[in-house]
Design a protein around this ligand. Structure first.
Ligand SMILES: Cc1cc2nc3c(=O)[nH]c(=O)nc-3n(C[C@H](O)[C@H](O)[C@H](O)COP(=O)(O)OP(=O)(O)OC[C@H]3O[C@@H](n4cnc5c(N)ncnc54)[C@H](O)[C@@H]3O)c2cc1C
Length: 461
């Protein structure tokens, strides 16, 4: 049997898909003949390609450690990124390296795993190949798609340059530069109206990312920047958090939303609910008839699935791939989807886009691949909620653990502990812990560098 004719069975829904069956044998010669990157495995050893080294992909790869399979993880970034702390890079609390780690380094001890840097453009499910944007291709027997989500501007893609989203380190560094350059510009600006525009910061979207970002900008302006400027007082900055729905943190219980709103207000954030952005230009934004001039706009509102290029797979409106209980795509039992890219039924809706859910799905997909290889029946995925947390600033957070709902200092300590625990790598944990302790006692934000903005004047965005 060639390496393209691996026998496997899937059991959870009674599917008996024989990868070495008619379709695979048809493709057999094709697979043997084509020289494909990362697919030069041992004959008879199944090739598992994982797209994405985020929470789901990384845990899928680790779940396959020790399995007789040639695992190839491909990611367009060379690093795993801890997204829950990305807003801290955007607001100068942490450095990029504190929340990222090379994927190659993380998987260095896993002998059956190869890491490839490359962007997947599309999946040819018929030929069982992953096509890279540079023209390369990876053949697979099993595919785990774990490429997460990106930002959606709800059909207004032209707003993306004016109001960057927050999904990778480039976004975070761009936002950080814009925030700092706005204060620098205001310090030099003679015209009162233009200065006001520079000192106005708008965060669009009242979910956890928006709440955390708005709270952090407010803290920067009130605490970290105090006494540093001579002509402006950064504490007079206007920080608006806009939410289209009727409350911030809509996925949390209403009482925690109310407490989060109260904490934001205490920090000086102007929280506006029922406020939908209807227009945007170089000088500011439009909310219906109302005009707000603002130099800095951060988009924390919409999410869209990141990989579009897979034909005939059913999707949700935001582009997530609908999967069956075993996490495979209907009609393609050899393709699993995990993490933010997957739409998995749960409690009358879908499993939420959270890191613990992605980790659970990544592990589960790997488990089903292992079961297939061993000839065992697949298992259905069951999401176990670990609760939800959001921080609003120094010593303020909300936490929802089902029947237990907390806020304030205790919730903040829980938030700190959980994030330190889930960060990958001892070095990162130690550095982040030190930075937080330093910031707590000194109010300082240690990563206030403007880089990558050469040629752009203060206040330019
Ligand atoms: C700013 C922010 C804050 C968040 N805060 C929290 C929080 O506090 N708590 C929480 O539980 N969740 C939080 N989340 C959600 C959580 O981070 C996601 O649910 C989780 O990251 C999903 O994991 P994933 O593996 O599906 O995707 P990701 O972690 O996004 O990983 C996807 C990977 O795929 C790669 N990739 C994408 N497209 C391609 C391609 N075409 N080719 C190759 N590689 C590709 C990417 O480079 C990336 O490494 C936050 C998300 C964001 C954006």
């Amino acid at each position: 049997m060639g390496r393209c004719a691996v026998e496997y069975r899937s059991g959870a829904r009674g599917i008996k898909a024989a990868a070495g069956g008619a379709h695979r044998q048809e493709k057999g010669d094709l697979c043997e003949d084509r020289a494909m990157e990362g697919s030069s495995g041992t004959p008879g050893v199944p090739r598992v390609v994982i797209v994405g080294g985020g929470f789901a992909g990384l845990h899928a790869a680790r779940g396959l450690a020790g399995v007789r399979a040639a695992v190839t993880l491909v990611d367009r970034r060379n690093h795993h990124l801890f997204l829950p702390l990305l807003y801290q890079v955007a607001t100068a609390g942490l450095n990029p390296g504190d929340i990222a780690r090379p994927i190659r380094r993380i998987l260095r001890r896993q002998g059956n795993a190869t890491v490839i840097l490359g962007e997947v453009a599309r999946v040819d499910a018929q030929a069982r190949q992953v096509m890279l944007s540079d023209g390369g291709a990876l053949g697979y027997d099993f595919l785990i798609l774990a490429c997460g989500a990106g930002t959606s501007w709800f059909g207004h893609d032209a707003w993306s340059s004016r109001a960057p989203g927050l999904h990778d380190l480039d976004d975070a560094l761009e936002i950080r530069s814009r925030i700092i350059l706005a204060w620098e510009g205001a310090e030099r600006e003679e015209d009162a109206q233009r200065r006001r525009r520079l000192l106005t910061f708008v965060v669009v979207g009242g979910g956890p990312t928006g709440v955390e970002t708005a709270g952090a900008i407010a803290e920067m302006s009130r605490l970290a920047m105090a006494r540093e400027f001579r002509r402006i007082d950064p504490a007079t900055s206007r920080i608006l958090l806009l939410e289209g729905g009727d409350r911030v943190l809509p996925t949390f219980p209403p009482e925690l939303s109310a407490r989060a709103r109260a904490s934001l207000t205490r920090l000086g954030v102007e929280v506006r609910t029922g406020a939908r952005v209807t227009g945007m230009d170089e000088d500011g934004i439009q909310i219906g008839e109302e005009r707000i001039d603002a130099a800095t706009v951060v988009w924390a509102a919409g999410v869209a699935a990141s990989l579009r290029g897979i034909d005939d797979a059913p999707r949700t409106r935001s582009g997530q791939l609908l999967v069956g209980p075993d996490l495979s795509i209907p009609g393609h039992p050899e393709i699993f989807v995990a993490g933010d890219l997957a739409a998995v039924s749960h409690d009358g809706g879908f499993v939420p886009g959270l890191a613990p859910a992605a980790i659970q799905m990544g592990r589960h997909a790997a488990g089903n691949v292992k079961r297939d290889i061993a000839g065992a029946a697949r298992r259905a995925f069951r999401y176990r909620s670990r609760g939800a947390l959001a921080t609003i600033g120094r010593a303020a957070a909300v936490a929802d653990f089902g029947r237990i709902r907390i806020s304030g200092w205790v919730a903040w300590m829980t938030w700190l502990s959980v994030h330190i625990f889930f960060l990958i790598g001892f070095r990162n944990r130690a550095i982040v812990l030190f930075q937080w302790a330093w910031a707590y006692f000194t109010y300082e934000r240690g990563a206030r560098l403007v880089i990558g903005a050469r040629g752009r004047g203060p206040g330019a965005s």
